[in-house]
Design a protein around this ligand. Structure first.
Ligand SMILES: [Zn+2]
Length: 198
């Protein structure tokens, strides 16, 4: 491995979330020292994932197929739709095992600071989906951050003329809490004690 390739590897690794240059160097060294057992399998897995993983055209989840396995699962409750900001939230909620409805992934939340406007989110498809399918309940499961709550209000307004039951996660979600960082028990409790959104 040339010095240049090593620098390149560290640079790419340090662009990963929660990995600064120092930890990136440590990870790079670990990968290099385990070339056959880790480095090559990792490279193959990444290439394979890059070729096969796609965004579900129905809900925005990531899967090797579109519609994704959750959208195609006939055993799930078709009358409940849970709106989340990101795929990591789908994973977090699935880990609880409490929720058996469908999802809609927005791909972020509205943010004045980050310049994320309604057109940047997966909202058009959300409205079409809700208009074309008889959902009995829409759960808005967004983080208890200012941006998350702003987005929740925006969606509630957007759907207000459709005469739906819209609920939000309740008790258990701390203010400023990102769903992805909460434990399964907390998310599960918040789901069970969800309440109607005004
Ligand atoms: Zn899907």
């Amino acid at each position: 491995m040339s010095e240049h390739a090593l620098d390149h590897l560290i640079k790419i690794l340090s662009s990963l979330p929660n990995l600064g240059p120092r930890s990136a160097r440590r990870v790079a060294l670990h990968i290099i020292q385990n070339k056959e057992t880790l480095m090559r399998p990792l490279a193959h897995t990444l290439l394979d994932a890059a070729d096969t993983i796609q965004s579900c055209l129905v809900c925005g989840n990531l899967d090797t197929q579109s519609p994704c396995h959750i959208c195609e699962d006939y055993k799930r409750n078709e009358s409940v739709l849970c709106i989340v900001a990101s795929v990591s939230d789908v994973w977090a909620i699935e880990r609880t095992g409490h929720y058996k409805g469908h999802y809609h992934v927005l791909g972020g939340v509205l943010s004045a600071i980050d310049g994320i406007a309604p057109k940047d989110l997966n909202l058009d498809r959300l409205k079409i989906r809700i208009q074309n399918q008889d959902f009995e309940e829409i759960i808005i499961a967004l983080s208890a951050t200012v941006d998350g709550q702003t987005t929740a209000h925006y969606i509630t307004d957007l759907l207000s003329d459709l005469n739906l039951t819209i609920t939000g996660l309740a008790r258990g979600i701390p203010m400023g809490g990102e769903l992805d960082f909460l434990d399964e028990g907390t998310i599960g409790t918040a789901f069970k004690s969800r309440k109607n959104v005004e």
